[in-house]
Design a protein. Structure first.
Length: 217
């Protein structure tokens, strides 16, 4: 339902119905500038059937309430994808061409340095795109071509590598490391670390120390 349109009607479900509503602001900074003029041409659609839109919406829904700062970049990436899928469904095109190349060397350096300096959670897709003068959609595609993985996965991998380095130092507790990397809950940090390494932070620390002792012997 695009802004400026009215829809009303009745539906009597035969089973309990669950509804998730997404409100998209066409003045939102994450909306690709190329799509502003196209957005005004959108018309209401009922009972649309799109597996890609349903899948993207489902991923966004799963992120609601997440305490992991890394999920912010993932959510913003999904929002950009959802925008293009909606426009493609309405017009048969997303309104703009996908970038064929990756980031320029200076763009790669600027983005990499910024991420390394802000692993505690002050990173967003829109901010990274602004750093190199690209729209969020074009930045996400160019980033993946340059780094071999989407921005949110790269960001998470760098946080995990920083966590590993901190875990090898006895002066840092698991709680301190989690807070230093922007995790509000130790359980979220533990889950993210385990998903990436197959070990909990404490298990990784014990395994590293045992390896050091074995090498010393």
């Amino acid at each position: 339902m695009p802004a400026g349109h009215l829809f009303e009607g009745w539906h009597v479900p035969r089973i309990r119905t669950k509804v998730t509503n997404f409100f998209i602001d066409t003045d939102w900074p994450l909306l690709d500038p190329e799509l502003h003029s196209v957005a005004a041409q959108l018309r209401p659609q009922l009972f649309l059937d799109s597996a890609s839109i349903e899948a993207t919406a489902g991923k966004l829904k799963a992120l609601i309430g997440s305490k992991d700062p890394g999920d912010r970049i993932y959510a913003e990436s999904l929002c950009a994808v959802l925008q293009y899928e909606l426009f493609r469904l309405a017009f048969g095109t997303a309104g703009g061409r996908r970038p064929k190349g990756g980031l320029a060397p200076w763009q790669e350096t600027r983005v990499r340095d910024y991420i390394e300096e802000n692993l505690e959670g002050r990173v967003s897709l829109a901010l990274l795109a602004r750093l190199v003068g690209l729209s969020t959609f074009h930045f996400a595609h160019a980033f993946k071509r340059s780094f071999g993985q989407p921005p949110h996965r790269y960001y998470t991998s760098r946080r995990i590598e920083r966590a590993k380095a901190l875990l090898t130092a006895r002066s840092h507790s698991v709680t301190d490391i989690a807070l230093a990397l922007g995790f509000s809950w130790i359980s979220t940090f533990t889950s993210t670390f385990h998903k990436a390494t197959g070990l909990t932070p404490s298990e990784y620390r014990r395994e590293h120390r045992q390896t050091m002792l074995d090498d010393f012997r």
